[in-house]
Write a protein that binds this ligand. Structure first.
Ligand code: UDP
Length: 324
């Protein structure tokens, strides 16, 4: 069959399910592999039963399964990972072992079939680098191993090294993407993500919990923009062996985000400050700001995420509102 076929690890996750939808709409066949640890069948409601879509509930570290599925695939998007600061803080062993093992398996199988490969990494790899905005060649400044949070950045950084080791040693056509704070429908707050947490709190009339002093800044990116970038990058041979930031460059403080969510939902909730120590215990560090320089992305695909924050927040509010 000549129809393009994509394998998506983490295909039932927040980003993976949007990517599956996007590729199916573009006429691809899609095979999703997901162990449902943070993903869910509900995320796939819109694609379930569609011709050309299959889901395998299994770990992306299952080499035999991956070999069977990769045999007639053209591209693998490796999105499966332990995600969310809360989850990472609570499951430090799992974070390291799963992230390294699944990437090792995916790269090995991709290399066996010489698959076009896209490996999802994270803006966390820039770590404590104090630059105003991050360019792909900036240094990773990872803090001490006594701080659990860095295990996520370190494991994803090793995944990146691993991907590029395959590129240099075997010419595997791989591209690494660093995703900045991605938001949109289907993201859940259980793993610490700030936007669904704030929207859920505001809609329920509970206090909106801003950690630290609320002056830390983030750039939020719409999931539908992200998946479009992933597909575009995979389609371009010039992106092989390269790393790209995927993010928006509109910055907002977390305090202003809380106020905006409160205003947009018309919520009576109060905005309260909580110390990091109260939430995460000792030895937690947060990043003051995390803004991507997207000029490399724009040069590669002629586009960078540009959905306005209010429009993105509205989609989250609309999704969570009926649930109360
Ligand atoms: N945050 C917050 N209240 C919450 C959840 C998160 O103030 O209930 C803050 C968090 O400390 C961070 C920012 O919001 O500064 C973004 O958090 P998230 O976990 O969504 O992503 P991160 O950028 O930390 O990976």
């Amino acid at each position: 069959m000549s129809q393009n076929h994509a394998l998506i690890t983490g295909g039932a996750g927040f980003i993976g399910s949007h990517l599956a939808e996007h590729l199916l709409a573009a006429g691809w066949r899609v095979t999703a592999v997901d162990d449902l640890s943070t993903g869910s069948i509900a995320n796939l409601r819109s694609v379930e039963g569609r011709p050309g879509f299959r889901l395998y509930v299994s770990s992306a570290g299952d080499e035999a399964l991956l070999r069977a599925l990769a045999a007639d695939a053209h591209v693998v998007f490796h999105l499966a990972a332990v995600v969310g600061v809360k989850k990472v803080m609570e499951s430090a062993i799992q974070t390291i072992e799963k992230n390294l093992h699944t990437t090792e398996t995916v790269l090995k199988v991709a290399n066996l079939f010489r698959l076009r490969t896209v490996v999802a990494s994270t803006s966390e790899v820039y770590g404590a680098n104090p630059r105003e905005s991050f360019r792909e060649d900036d240094d990773s400044i990872i803090g001490t191993s006594r701080h659990r949070r860095w295990s996520y950045a370190a494991s994803k950084l090793l995944d990146e090294f691993h991907a590029f080791a395959y590129f240099y040693s075997t010419s595997l056509p791989v591209t690494v993407v660093r995703l900045f704070n991605t938001i949109g429908p289907r993201q859940v707050g259980h793993y610490g993500m700030v936007v669904p947490t704030f929207v859920g709190q505001a809609l329920a009339g509970r206090p909106i919990t801003v950690y630290g002093d609320g002056r830390q800044r983030r750039c939020f990116t719409f999931v539908k923009d992200v998946v479009r970038c992933l597909a575009e990058l995979a389609a371009r041979p010039a992106t092989v062996g390269q790393v790209y930031n995927i993010g928006s460059d509109q910055e907002i403080t977390i305090m202003d985000l809380a106020r905006k969510v409160k205003a947009m939902t018309g919520s009576p909730s109060e905005v309260v400050l909580q110390s990091y120590q109260e939430v995460f215990g000792e030895n937690f560090v947060d990043m003051e700001r995390r803004k991507p320089d997207v000029s490399k992305l724009r040069a590669a695909i002629g586009y960078a995420p540009d959905t306005r924050l209010e429009a993105m927040l509205q989609t989250v509010i609309d999704e969570l509102k009926p649930r109360g």
